[in-house]
Design a protein around this ligand. Structure first.
Ligand code: 5GP
Length: 193
């Protein structure tokens, strides 16, 4: 997605060789028009898969996920990082290691919102080691639902996330692939035409 690449080039800040900061348009301030186009691109990629639900994890996955859900005209469901006191029903749980915070937390989705009839598109802002998406896929499995694919806004292709997701049988689609963050600059993967 050219527009996204240009935005990463213009506004992305390389924190170190592994972390890219995109607070200007995705993780703090959100470029709503760009997110609209991100959602539309995911819709075009997965529109024939009978998606019934878009699933992400709070907080930074919600912007791209809700825009995708709008185009699919299905609910956007997000895994919560803390069990709310309002939760009265059973829930599905997964332990997810956070790449950026280096902590592991248990995330939950109420069983009111996911069941065996669901065909789920998982969306996240970044793909690094794949723990977030694999954890969400575990939640989908607990519900006996099916993950039809994983949509990622920015994939860091020098990390093992894609390989781990594909090994788990998941179809991965990313809108922007970063080959390296070395030398304080973003280098993209050259796409074959
Ligand atoms: P993974 O679970 O694939 O290792 O990491 C993905 C999660 O970690 C995403 O939900 C994202 O919030 C966060 N993350 C991973 N790498 C980066 C990064 O380079 N920049 C930012 N802003 N978040 C990242």
């Amino acid at each position: 997605m050219d527009l996204l690449k240009r935005k990463v080039e213009a506004d992305g800040v390389v924190i170190d060789e592994k972390i890219l900061k995109v607070d200007g348009f995705l993780n703090h301030q959100i470029d709503a028009k760009l997110m609209h186009d991100v959602g539309l691109t995911f819709y075009n990629q997965f529109k024939d898969e009978g998606v019934t639900k878009v699933l992400t994890i709070e907080a930074s996955g919600i912007a791209p996920a809700i825009m995708a859900a709008m185009h699919f005209d299905v609910p956007c469901l997000f895994a919560k990082k803390a069990k709310p006191s309002t939760l009265t029903k059973e829930a599905y749980y997964a332990d997810i290691h956070s790449f950026t915070k280096n902590t592991t937390s248990t995330v939950m989705v109420s069983d009111e919102f996911l069941d065996k009839n669901d065909r789920v598109l998982i969306i996240d802002d970044f793909l690094a080691n794949g723990d977030a998406s694999l954890g969400l896929n575990e939640i989908v499995k607990q519900a006996n639902a099916e993950t039809i694919g994983v949509g990622i806004v920015v994939e860091k292709s020098f990390q093992p996330g894609r390989a781990r997701l594909e090994k788990a049988g998941l179809k991965v689609s990313s809108l922007c692939k970063v080959a390296s963050l070395s030398g304080n600059k973003v280098t993209f993967v050259e796409e074959q035409s």
